[in-house]
Design a protein around this ligand. Structure first.
Ligand code: ATP
Ligand code: MG
Length: 560
């Protein structure tokens, strides 16, 4: 951590704590609740927690906050581990669960009772709500607040042994029912829930509340800096209260930072779950999802996600980052290494009437224009070719440098061709172009160095393979769907378009997940789930240019 200028406020605190000798080693944790897949917001928290530890030769725990049986599952646990690892981080043997500490947490709760700062309440849920007061009115004490330590210990033990039904009693901290901070109005520590836990089975019928379990787990693991999002700022007095009462040997410090929000995306596991449950997307790893699993399947490299959160920074200010920033990171990380290939997404047939039938030439195509060391490959060229429909215009404006009637264009790595005739069906749609090629203009070797303004891509009809190519668009029509009351109202119904494309033959053996650039079209990869030998499925990872910026500009102009 030598670069002072790039040090955010959390890294500055950590730096100071190391300098002053307050800590000799930094210990952090990433504490997801296993109730869904991780999303782009979590990427920020992961990079921060694992990042600051890695930069200072510290340690990081991956701790599952599994105190809500019923909502949580091992599927989510596995997915979270896979995603954190894929992002490039490692917890060694520091994989823990809040449930690992159920015994210790219960002992700590007993300790609070003995200290006279926790009590068993027997009000109903409705009464508890009523007694709590409001933001403007103080709460009032429960009639059970002054139970003796002995009575509280007895009731707590009986809660634990299963004598009572759900909701009959509640263990609460005894703090201050008149506190302006609602979190300090005798918060719950343990509730009765007769439900099995995915790890501890039926050992427990009482479960600790998040604030209590979280702060103490931090202390048990000797976390030095407990980094969390701003909504926990109001919980910090409670976090500190638990530590004050129990005086653990290691006292962690909670520091809050602002959440990362991505425009046109949702960063809430609950809402993402609704999209999955309702079948609006194909699953948690649908390539349109802002989940780590979805982005990985889409083809985003881990390094692009890490770079993205780095650019977002760590602050206390609200942030909604443009999708274009993420896509630029993806483009930048793919540009240097991805090999170029030819593919036609919306094919239009071109017949070269002066090219011999059954003749095939092998053209040398560079795999990467900026990196000759990546070599060349052969592209078959023949009489019938596919070109992109929108590379032809019948009534073209002056500045249209692609193909038009009577006009010329260069076929990349091929010849210059001229459009002689336009064939149409009964509906008046263009079905085929008859063109002629200039025999002297073979790319690289032609005797003529004649130049034309436009160059387009193509594939040979006889040699092309078919593939389903999925073109993704934003899932939502609103920049901030997180704040929409009804997600359905802001869904983009056209977020997935599937086309049957024509690809150069070499793409038949591309490995799933390996990114390539389809020339002039964008970056693509073979889908890791749906693909099979006889049905190739490609995902568009990202377009070549920032189409988002253009959309934003259009939206602004419409508003103006
Ligand atoms: P969600 O609402 O999606 O369930 P959460 O905060 O409840 O989010 P957790 O599993 O509790 O999900 O999150 C684990 C950690 O990730 C927490 O420390 C949380 O603060 C952090 N985190 C969650 N969302 C974001 C975000 N959008 N930006 C930064 N950090 C986040
Ligand atoms: Mg949470």
């Amino acid at each position: 951590m030598s670069d002072t200028e790039s040090r955010d406020f959390i890294r500055q605190i950590i730096h100071d704590d190391l300098e002053s000798g307050k800590h000799s080693q930094i210990v952090t944790r990433f504490p997801p609740e296993p109730n869904g897949y991780l999303h782009i917001g979590h990427v920020m928290s992961i990079c921060l927690n694992f990042g600051v530890a890695a930069e200072t030769a510290g340690r990081t725990f991956l701790r599952f906050d599994d105190t809500n049986p019923g909502r949580e599952s091992e599927e989510y646990v596995d997915a979270i581990e896979r995603d954190v690892r894929w992002l490039g981080f490692d917890w060694d043997d520091r994989l823990t669960h809040a449930s690992d500490y159920f015994d210790r947490l219960y002992d700590a709760a007993t300790e609070l009772v003995k200290l006279g700062v926790a009590y068993v309440d027997s009000l109903s849920a409705d009464e508890i709500r009523e007694y709590r007061g409001t933001l403007t009115e103080p709460g009032k004490n429960s009639p059970h607040r002054d139970r003796s330590v002995a009575e509280n210990l007895d009731l707590l033990a009986r809660m634990r042994s299963g004598e009572f039904a759900d909701g009959e009693h509640l263990l609460r901290a005894k703090i201050d029912m008149a506190s302006p901070n609602m979190n300090l109005r005798d918060p719950a520590l343990y509730r009765i829930r007769h439900i099995s836990h995915q790890r501890s089975g039926d050992n427990w019928c009482i479960y600790p509340m998040y604030d209590f379990a979280h702060g103490l787990s931090d202390a048990f693991e000797e976390i030095t800096h407990s980094l969390c999002t701003l909504e926990f700022e109001d919980h910090r007095p409670l976090y500190d209260w638990f530590l004050d009462q129990l005086r653990p040997e290691h006292r962690p410090r909670q520091i809050e930072f602002s959440r990362l929000n991505l425009a046109y995306a949702i960063t809430s596991k609950r809402k993402l779950n609704a999209l999955v449950e309702e079948g609006i997307v194909e699953g948690w790893d649908d390539p349109r999802m802002p989940t780590i699993a979805g982005m990985r399947r889409r083809g985003y490299p881990a390094v692009a996600l890490r770079e993205f959160v780095k650019r977002g920074g760590v602050t206390k200010k609200d942030k909604l980052i443009e999708m274009g920033v993420l896509e630029n990171c993806v483009r930048e990380s793919l540009g240097d290494d991805s090999q170029r290939r030819m593919a036609v997404l919306r094919p239009l047939k071109v017949v070269l009437t002066n090219y011999p039938e059954d003749h095939v030439e092998m053209m040398q195509a560079m795999n990467h224009p900026g990196r000759p060391e990546l070599g060349t490959r052969e592209l078959a060229f023949s009489r019938e070719l596919w070109i992109e429909q929108d590379d032809f215009m019948e009534e073209a404006p002056k500045k249209f440098f692609r193909l038009k009637p009577g006009g010329e264009v260069r076929l990349r790595f091929g010849y210059i061709i001229r459009c002689d005739e336009v064939l149409k069906n009964d509906a008046g749609e263009v079905t085929e172009l008859h063109c002629s090629y200039d025999t002297d203009t073979r790319s690289g070797t032609g005797s003529s160095d004649r130049k034309v303004k436009g160059t387009i891509h193509w594939v040979s009809c006889a040699h092309a393979i078919d593939a389903n190519v999925r073109l993704y668009d934003r899932l939502f029509t609103e920049a901030n769907p997180n704040s929409a009351d009804d997600l359905h109202a802001v869904l983009n119904r056209d977020s997935l378009e599937s086309v049957v494309a024509k690809l150069e033959a070499s793409l038949a053996d591309l490995d799933a997940g390996e990114p390539v650039q389809f020339e002039r079209l964008g970056y693509f990869c073979v889908d890791s789930e749906e693909n099979s030998a006889d049905s190739r499925v490609f995902n568009r990872i990202v377009t070549l240019r920032d189409s988002w910026a253009k959309l934003e500009k259009q939206a602004m102009q419409q508003q103006a």
